[in-house]
Design a protein around this ligand. Structure first.
Ligand code: ATP
Ligand code: MG
Length: 206
């Protein structure tokens, strides 16, 4: 029987934006995935000092953003009440639960460049197909980073052509804080939720 192909799109999603959504959709299409799991991280080790939306709000924004797309699914696999989440452990748990599935772990450019500093990069590379979104297929810097990961970890790493959208959650948070428009940066259901609840306008030391 053919193995199932499932994408994982992890992130802080504070908030989710069209860069994340287009990346997930590009991977779905290019690799013929059955679905893409949007997996908000609970307490990311590299963002321990974060301020912004609560876990519940980040989850709600992901739900709203992916609702119209039937091959996108919310996964709370990394939403623990306590403890930090690590991709290598998440993959281990998913694979134990779904031995018939190959996981395609989708990464944006910044994640590829920092792969060495992830927790347990070898264990991650051993357990999934790494999907590397490259902004510019001819970019020497990204090609080098991809070759480096392939050689060092014997990784199955594949290039994904996806448009380069110069958008980050950080920019969106600062726009909201400054009262600037975020129309079109996030789906409208996410925009209205942010504005109604006053997310990112609250005291940033709170
Ligand atoms: P922040 O600004 O808070 O760092 P972010 O926009 O970078 O947030 P993350 O949740 O940190 O979003 O990123 C999750 C994943 O999405 C990462 O793999 C990242 O590389 C990718 N990603 C983020 N922004 C984009 C974008 N504009 N286009 C393509 N991929 C993106
Ligand atoms: Mg980031």
């Amino acid at each position: 029987m053919d193995r199932r192909k499932v994408g994982i799109m992890g992130g802080t999603f504070d908030p989710i934006h069209i860069g994340h959504l287009i990346l997930g959709e590009s991977a779905y299409e290019q690799f013929g995935l059955e679905k893409v799991l949007f997996m908000p991280s609970g307490n990311p080790p590299h963002k321990r000092e974060r301020h912004g939306a609560s876990n519940e709000e980040r989850i709600e924004m992901v739900k709203r953003a992916i609702a119209p797309n039937h091959h996108f699914e919310l996964s709370l696999a990394e939403m623990h009440e306590e403890g930090y989440t690590y991709t290598r452990l998440t993959l281990r748990a998913l694979r134990a639960e779904h031995p018939d599935t190959d996981y395609y772990f989708i990464m944006g450019a910044d994640s590829i460049l920092s792969f060495d500093s992830w927790n347990g990069p070898q264990e991650i590379a051993d357990q999934c197909i790494l999907v590397a979104a490259v902004r510019d297929l001819s970019s020497g810097e990204f090609n080098e980073a991809i070759e480096h990961v392939r050689e060092k970890y014997h990784a199955d790493i594949r290039r994904l052509g996806s448009p380069n959208l110069d958008i980050s959650s950080h920019t969106i948070r600062s726009y909201v804080e400054e009262g600037r428009s975020i129309w079109y940066y996030v789906p409208d259901q996410v925009r209205s939720y942010i504005l109604e609840r006053g997310i990112y306008r609250r005291a940033l030391d709170g």
